[in-house]
Write a protein of this length. Structure first.
Length: 318
C-alpha cells in the first residue's frame, strides 16, 4: 500500500478487516501502517466502514444483488478507480465505495448476523462465551467467528454486555457515535440513532470509551462509573452512576428511594413497554419508595394506585 488514500489496495484492506489476509499480506499492511500518517488514515477508514455498515444493516439492502453490480462496475472502470478516490471526494467515496465495495463482500463472506429486537428483549451467546442482552428496538450485528486480532460487534440501540475474558483479543463495540473497548467485564451501552446522548455504565471491570470522531477523546471507566457523550456538543464526560435502575429493562428489578412518582412512571413504561394512562394529573411533588422484583405491571400499578389514591391503567405498545 502507498501513502495516498487513492492508492490503497481496497481488496487487501477488505482482507485485513475480515481477518482473511495471509501472513505476508499482514506484514505488508503493517509496514504501510507505520509510514507517515497512514495509521490515522486507516482509523478514519475503519470509522467510515462501521458507519456505512449501520446503514446497510438497518436498510436491509439486497447484498448479493448490490455486490454483483459493484463487481461489474469495478471491472469496467478499473482504470479510472484511482482518480475517483481523490482527497476532494473522500467523504462521498468512502461511504459509497467503502460501504458497498468493501462491506458487502465482508457481510457475504463472513456470515455476519444481525439481531433486530423490535418489541422484544433478546439474549444471545457469542462464540467466545460472551452473553449479550439486547433491549427493544435495537440492532446488534456480529460475526459467527471473530477474526484473529479482536472481537468486534456493532450496536444500534441498547444492550447489556457480559464479556468473556480474553487478554489476547480485546472486545470492541461500535455504536453510532462511540467505541467501547474491554478485555472482560460487564456493562450497559445505550446509543439510539434518534437520541443525541450516548451512555455507557460499568457494572464490573474496566471499560475504555472513545468517540468515533476523535479516537484520542477517551475515558477509562471502573465499577460504578458512567460515560456520557453528546453528539451535538461533541463532549465526552465521565461521572459516577447514580441510576440504580440502569439495567432494570433487562432484570425487571426496580428500586425507588424517594423518587419522583412521575419519573417512576416513565421508567415503568420503558421497562414494561407500555403506555400508562391516568385520569387525573399526578402531583409533581409526589414521591415513591418501593422495591419490585420481577413483578407484573398490573401488580406494580395496583400498588401505586392504593398507596397514592390514583387510578393508573396501561396499554401495551405495539
Amino acid at each position: 500500500m502507498k501513502n495516498k488514500k487513492e492508492h490503497i489496495d481496497w481488496m487487501l484492506a477488505g482482507k485485513i478487516v475480515s481477518g482473511e489476509a495471509s501472513v505476508s499480506e499482514q506484514e505488508n499492511f503493517n509496514i504501510w501502517l507505520k509510514e507517515d500518517n497512514n495509521h490515522i488514515v486507516w482509523q478514519q477508514i475503519q470509522n467510515e466502514l462501521e458507519q456505512a455498515d449501520f446503514v446497510l444493516t438497518k436498510e436491509k439492502i439486497d447484498v448479493n444483488q448490490a455486490w454483483q453490480k459493484v463487481q461489474v462496475k469495478t471491472t469496467l472502470k478499473k482504470r479510472s478507480l484511482n482518480n475517483y478516490f481523490s482527497y476532494s471526494a473522500m467523504a462521498a467515496s468512502v461511504l459509497l465505495i467503502l460501504g458497498i465495495f468493501l462491506f458487502y463482500p465482508l457481510i457475504k463472506r463472513n456470515n455476519y448476523t444481525a439481531v433486530e429486537t423490535y418489541q422484544t428483549i433478546d439474549q444471545i451467546e457469542l462464540t467466545d462465551g460472551s452473553y449479550i442482552d439486547i433491549n427493544r428496538n435495537s440492532v446488534l450485528k456480529y460475526p459467527k467467528t471473530f477474526n484473529k486480532n479482536e472481537r468486534t460487534v456493532n450496536l444500534n440501540g441498547e444492550a447489556f454486555f457480559n464479556v468473556a475474558k480474553d487478554k489476547e483479543h480485546p472486545f470492541i463495540i461500535r455504536t453510532n457515535n462511540i467505541k467501547i473497548k474491554v478485555l472482560g467485564t460487564s456493562f450497559n451501552v445505550k446509543d439510539y440513532p434518534n437520541i443525541s446522548i450516548s451512555e455507557v455504565i460499568v457494572k464490573t471491570g474496566l471499560v475504555e470509551v472513545s468517540t468515533l470522531s476523535d479516537t484520542t477523546n477517551k475515558v477509562l471507566l471502573k465499577i460504578g462509573e458512567k460515560a456520557t457523550y453528546n453528539s451535538t456538543s461533541k463532549q465526552l464526560i465521565k461521572t459516577q452512576n447514580n441510576n440504580r435502575n440502569f439495567i432494570s429493562w433487562k432484570t425487571q428489578e426496580i428500586t425507588f428511594r424517594k423518587d419522583k412518582l412521575i419519573n417512576a412512571i416513565t421508567l415503568l413504561e420503558e421497562v414494561y413497554n407500555v403506555e400508562i394512562d391516568h385520569t387525573e394529573s399526578i402531583d409533581p411533588t409526589a414521591e415513591i419508595t418501593a422495591t419490585f422484583e420481577k413483578n407484573t405491571i398490573e401488580f406494580i400499578l395496583n400498588t401505586i394506585n392504593k398507596s397514592h389514591n390514583l387510578n393508573l391503567d396501561y396499554t401495551t405498545k405495539e
